[in-house]
Design a protein around this ligand. Structure first.
Ligand code: DTB
Ligand code: SF4
Length: 332
């Protein structure tokens, strides 16, 4: 088995050279690394539940939940509904239950409620993941103490393009939250969205920034924009399939041991497109959620049919990654 080196010093030139590799060669490289790092033919399943819809004070141009252009705000879901949802997700085969709330940063009262939810998910023997906005170190530490396994906080795009599509928050603040999450010893889930009107360089830069973090995010969600009417990006040009697959392959090669997740916009992908993404190194999906945040997800049955067609098995809990404190490791 080939050696797979975990690096944090990728240069733009290296990433661009990889990106420009002939398509089949790139897929082959990505699949070779994938098979060196993960059991073959497996997919990890996370179920996403939006617990606080709409009313977000940020102005992210792609989002259907911003108070500036999104859906009406709804109150926080109650604990019972979360327990019921997590129980169903587990029965469907998910190993992780993820909660999302459209806050800029949780208040002490809201964080306390979310902590109860995290504890409830853990007591069902599921991994818990949440995405509830910016965190300070104290908040991240409190979530770790509650047993939180993953914190999702996307970089969304390159630093350069991010500033063009949202004005109420900065890339640096996002990097700071990721720092707090890592320091707390919580697994980081961080990726982005393609189809925000970004250039090829922006797409590569996003992956470069993720790969050059002090630790690779243990989980890297790659979303395709679902264009929502009324949002500033409602007419953004979609990313071409081949370009998206190349990005998946780059994520796999540059962050060999990270789970690469297909999430937003999967409804827009054919089975064949998803299959190519799996071949390029994607090994996780958001599964059995009727909706993701405000847009539809692939039906549970349709996913099960595809996994069965491809012979993909669900990852068991014990196989999912744990936080690593040593950033540099060489696998053989
Ligand atoms: C992520 O990268 N994808 C999930 C999760 N993190 C929170 C969200 C997907 C949202 C798709 C668009 C929507 O439903 O609003
Ligand atoms: Fe708020 Fe997140 Fe939507 Fe931005 S992407 S408007 S932070 S919910």
């Amino acid at each position: 088995m080939q050696n797979v080196v975990i690096r944090h010093n990728w240069t733009y030139e290296e990433a661009k050279t990889l990106y420009d590799t002939p398509f089949l060669e790139l897929l082959w490289q990505a699949q070779t690394i994938h098979r060196a790092c993960f059991p073959a033919n497996t997919v990890q399943l996370s179920t996403l539940q939006n617990i606080k819809i709409g009313g977000c004070p940020e102005d992210c141009g792609w989002c259907g939940q911003s108070v500036h252009h999104g859906v009406e705000s709804q109150p926080l879901l109650d604990l019972e509904a979360v327990i019921q949802g997590a129980t169903q997700a587990k029965a469907a085969g998910a190993s992780r239950y993820c909660l999302a709330a459209s806050w800029r940063q949780p208040t002490a009262r809201n964080l306390a409620k979310v902590i109860e939810m995290v504890k409830a998910i853990k007591s069902l023997d599921l991994e818990a993941c949440i995405t509830v906005g910016q965190l300070n170190q104290e908040q991240a530490d409190a979530l770790k103490a509650a047993g939180l396994d993953f914190y999702n906080h996307n970089l969304e795009s390159s630093a350069n393009h991010f500033a063009k599509v949202t004005t109420t928050r900065t890339y640096d603040t996002r990097l700071k939250t990721l720092h707090h999450v890592r320091e707390a010893g919580i697994n980081v889930c961080s990726g982005g969205i393609y189809g925000l009107g970004e250039t090829e360089q922006d797409r590569i830069d996003l992956l470069l920034t993720l790969a050059n973090q002090p630790e690779h995010p243990q989980s890297v969600p790659l979303n395709q924009l679902v264009r929502i009417q009324g949002t500033p990006l409602e007419n953004a040009a979609p990313i071409d399939d081949f370009a998206f697959i190349r990005c998946v392959a780059l994520a796999r090669i540059m962050m060999p041991k990270s789970y690469v997740r297909l999430s937003g916009g999967r409804v827009q992908m054919s089975n064949m497109m998803q299959t190519l993404c799996f071949f390029a190194g994607a090994n996780s999906v958001h599964f059995a959620s009727k909706k993701l945040l405000v847009t539809p997800n692939v039906e549970e049955n349709q996913d099960k049919e595809l996994f069965s067609l491809l012979g993909l098995k669900f990852v068991e809990l014990k196989e999912t990654p744990q936080p690593k404190k040593i950033p540099l490791t060489v696998l053989s």
